[in-house]
Design a protein around this ligand. Structure first.
Ligand code: ZN
Length: 64
């Protein structure tokens, strides 16, 4: 099952498709697919830490 991360608050969940509204921050935010697709991060039951890191960095300006 793919893993998704909220582009607003960083909340992560497992779902076949991302929800329209984030259950954590209750915004209509974009969910990014953060599933690991390579053996380096352990396969699809893990998130890809590099993708999570990139998303966090992209979102930093919003949190300031
Ligand atoms: Zn959220």
């Amino acid at each position: 099952m793919p893993k998704w991360m909220c582009s607003e608050c960083g909340y992560q969940l497992d779902a076949e498709a991302p929800p329209q509204q984030c259950p954590s921050c209750h915004k209509d935010c974009g969910f990014a697919d953060v599933t690991c697709y390579t053996p380096e991060c352990g396969g699809e039951k893990n998130v890809n830490p590099q993708v999570v890191d990139i998303l966090r960095k992209q979102n930093e300006p919003k949190f300031k």
